[in-house]
Design a protein around this ligand. Structure first.
Ligand SMILES: NC(=O)C1=CN([C@@H]2O[C@H](COP(=O)(O)OP(=O)(O)OC[C@H]3O[C@@H](n4cnc5c(N)ncnc54)[C@H](OP(=O)(O)O)[C@@H]3O)[C@@H](O)[C@H]2O)C=CC1
Ligand SMILES: O=C(CO)COP(=O)(O)O
Length: 338
């Protein structure tokens, strides 16, 4: 069945998810706040700042006016940086108030909101009135946009408290290179997807300093342990963290030089200043804001998160990367099972 789908956010991931949905036969409208980007997508069918050397299907239409993008849609995807999700959701709700539709909502953003500590499904729940939506889901997992552009095999998970909604999105997205599992642990899926960005920053920094594969494996494994501790304190299923949205996404972002978080960490490891790293990236580095949120949450909830704390110290210029690593290694010996 063909659906009308709006994708809010035309960065690397929004435009690539839109591309998959067009290929799967759906009518897709992409919204961006940038008029220039909309013009480029509609005339040249490229998104050159975000996805290099890729041509989008001519059927994919872009809009700068959100009410045109949302007109009569069955589904809305929110794919903007996490710290922008609330303002975009608020804008969408105002538009939906003028329409008589009740779309399925899903997001693909990987972060925790600073200040509120909300997961993105909570932000959407707060900002989109119940009369304006069916349900809220998340799509997450190891999925570098650049690899999807190359049609590499990609497996992700669609999670929702409402399983029929997760299954709805599974059907919309599945094809011969993009396989979607379902999961009803939305807390675990969102926390894993958000916090893996912190581990990716750390992994890049290790490589930037010249450390090797043992160090990378150590960071990824102990990273998952602390993400899992925080997630379980919110009621997540510990098994979710060994799935696609947990370990799977840690593996891809902590090893891929396409990852913006990994690249940012690498540059920090090489001694570049954070402000310069952010300025030069020109795309979102989710791990920075989410590190702050996760650090504060770990203190509030009494959950030990040594890697998150070490990266917090580096980001806030309290320690060099080398000192942070030495301090992690000097921690008292302990059991792996706590
Ligand atoms: N890239 C990837 O491979 C993947 C990314 N994700 C997640 O998807 C989310 C989006 O990432 P991604 O697409 O990569 O990010 P990008 O940095 O590539 O693009 C972000 C997009 O969001 C827009 N945007 C930024 N701020 C606002 C705002 N306040 N209001 C409206 N639009 C805004 C930007 O517009 P403008 O250019 O005008 O600033 C841009 O179009 C992130 O949470 C990321 O973790 C998940 C899986 C894979
Ligand atoms: O989440 C991602 C892949 O699963 C993308 O990670 P980056 O934002 O670090 O590029």
């Amino acid at each position: 069945m063909t659906e009308k789908i709006a994708v809010l956010g035309a960065g690397s991931w929004g435009s690539m998810l839109a591309d998959i949905l067009v290929e799967n036969g759906h009518e897709v409208r992409v919204w961006s706040k940038s008029k220039e980007q909309v013009d480029e997508l509609n005339t040249k069918h490229t998104n050159s700042h975000y996805i290099k050397d890729f041509t989008f299907p001519t059927k994919m239409k872009a809009y700068a006016d959100m009410s045109e993008a949302l007109d009569g849609v069955d589904d809305i995807l929110f794919i903007v940086p996490s710290q922008a999700t609330r303002s975009v959701a608020r804008q969408a709700n105002e538009v939906l108030n003028q329409m008589n539709i009740k779309p399925y909502i899903i997001h693909g953003s990987k972060g925790i909101e600073k200040g509120s500590y909300d997961r993105m499904s909570q932000v959407l729940q707060e900002e989109i009135d119940e009369k304006n939506r069916k349900s809220i889901s998340v799509i997450s997992g190891p999925s570098q946009a650049e690899d999807v552009a190359r049609r590499d095999i990609t497996l992700v998970t669609a999670a929702s408290d409402d399983m029929p909604s997760a299954e709805h999105f599974q059907k919309l997205f599945m094809n011969d290179y993009f396989r979607v599992y379902t999961n009803n642990d939305i807390i675990g899926v969102e926390i894993g997807g958000a916090l893996k960005n912190i581990i990716a920053l750390g992994a890049g920094a290790l490589v930037g300093l010249g450390y090797g594969d043992n160090a990378k494996a150590a960071l990824m494994t102990r990273g998952i342990a602390e993400i899992s501790r925080l997630g379980v304190s919110f009621g997540a299923d510990p098994l979710t963290f060994s799935g696609l949205s947990g370990l799977g996404d840690v593996i891809v972002t902590a090893t891929s030089s396409d990852s913006r978080n990994w690249r940012a960490g690498y540059q920090l490891g090489q001694g570049k200043k954070l402000d310069d790293v952010v300025k030069d990236m020109g795309m979102v580095i989710e791990g920075i804001a989410t590190n702050q949120a996760a650090y504060e949450l770990s203190k509030q909830r009494g959950v030990e998160m040594p890697i998150t704390s070490a990266i917090h110290a580096v980001i806030n210029d309290e320690e060099t990367v080398s000192d942070a690593i030495s301090n992690l290694m000097a921690r008292e010996g302990r059991s792996e099972q706590v």
